[in-house]
Design a protein around this ligand. Structure first.
Ligand code: KQY
Length: 364
């Protein structure tokens, strides 16, 4: 029987490993809701299949699917991919899934955060979110991995760790009153320490321009390995992203990590602004009172939103002139991994990208 543990990972000797450490596999959720994914989610399905197939070249992939979509997903995914039925409200496994923690004795446990759909009734992105909130508990049952229940609203995309005590996040998200209004910055830092085993937190002010998650760090910057970070970038001073990236760059350049190292900061030049077309906006089913996508909306396109797999990196492509330079940069920074690009505009139209729809299960 799977236990709900009463201590905390830090006290029990567990830590969240960096994404670049070895994995046992990757978890994803099948896209379905027609008020987020255009044209009945059919174009998004193709993109999710491409991501899952790309990752499955490097490590096992589990696709979680509602009962309504099980047969469809099973048919469209290759037999290498495990397909299991799991209720959900949407398909952002990075944010709704568990965070796995490991120790140095071969142990693995998971952290189950509170989830409120990126802001609850104060700017959240959908209601209800009850099935998403149950996912970590169900993953614990499926895998037999014991679970810590953390008293903190947190999405996996709002944090990145180096596995050696350092965490990067944004104030825009973690200090947003729509997440944990009763907790101070110090209390949030305390919980990140307790549940992830981190010692030092680097706070960047803002995430990417127009990121509807309230500035998740996983679209802005990430660790390549301890001491080396990658930041989305534009040289165009008229682009609102310029000031955001410059501010983050300066903080990262002057910061040190938990081990006292300065960061090597690499710039990853963003694609041209990704603008929603009339056809794309019209393909999304309207929700009562709101229209989820409008023609002319700018989506938060960034190459940083990639997934690091065992021996591979699966990165977003936008059919943009900057695609090849971004891929070359990732090949240079990850010389021991194969870099695979997936055209991911359809995922971005839903509000995120490859990192947001995946969650690694580390190898203990
Ligand atoms: O991590 C993410 N980028 C999730 C975004 C949710 C968008 C819902 N429309």
């Amino acid at each position: 029987m799977v236990a709900t543990l009463s201590g905390t990972p830090a006290r029990d000797g567990y830590r969240m490993p960096g994404e670049f450490e070895p994995h046992d596999g990757c978890w994803m959720i099948w896209p379905e809701r027609t008020d987020n994914w255009r044209m009945g989610a059919k174009p998004a399905e193709k993109a999710f299949v491409a991501v899952a197939e790309a990752i499955s070249r490097f490590e096992p992939v589990t696709m979680c699917v509602s009962s309504r979509q099980f047969v469809n997903a099973r048919h469209k995914l290759s037999s290498k991919i495990r397909v299991i039925e799991l209720s959900n409200n949407d398909s952002w496994m990075r944010d709704v899934g568990p965070t796995f923690v490991i120790n140095d004795k071969g142990g693995i446990r998971l952290v189950d955060w509170d989830f409120n759909a990126w802001g609850g009734l104060e700017g959240g992105l959908y209601f209800p979110w009850d099935q998403d909130d149950l996912i970590p508990r169900k993953v614990a049952e499926i895998t037999g991995i014991d679970r810590y229940k953390a008293p903190l609203v947190l999405e996996g995309g709002s944090i990145h760790v180096d596995g050696e005590g350092t965490l990067i996040t944004t104030e825009e998200c973690l200090l947003n009153p729509n997440r944990n209004p009763k907790l101070s910055r110090q209390e949030i830092e305390g919980l990140l320490h307790d549940y992830l085993g981190v010692e030092k937190i680097i706070w960047l002010p803002r995430g990417c321009y127009n990121d509807e998650t309230d500035g998740h760090v996983d679209n802005l910057c990430c660790f390549v390995r301890p001491g080396v970070v990658l930041l989305t970038w534009t040289d165009d001073p008229d682009d609102p992203q310029h000031e955001i990236s410059k501010e983050a760059y300066e903080i990262l350049r002057s910061a040190t990590d938990a081990r006292g190292r300065s960061f090597e900061v690499h710039k990853l030049h963003q694609p041209a602004p990704v603008i929603v077309t009339a056809e794309e906006a019209e393909g999304v089913d309207p929700v009562e009172g709101t229209y989820p996508r409008k023609e002319g909306d700018r989506m938060a396109g960034s190459y940083v939103n990639f997934y690091i797999a065992n021996g591979g990196v699966v990165m977003p492509l936008f059919n943009d002139p900057a695609d090849q330079a971004a891929m070359a940069k990732l090949k240079e920074l990850f010389p021991d991994r194969e870099v695979v690009g997936v055209y991911s505009r359809e995922i971005l139209l839903g509000g995120g990208n490859i990192h947001c729809i995946t969650q690694q299960q580390p190898r203990p």
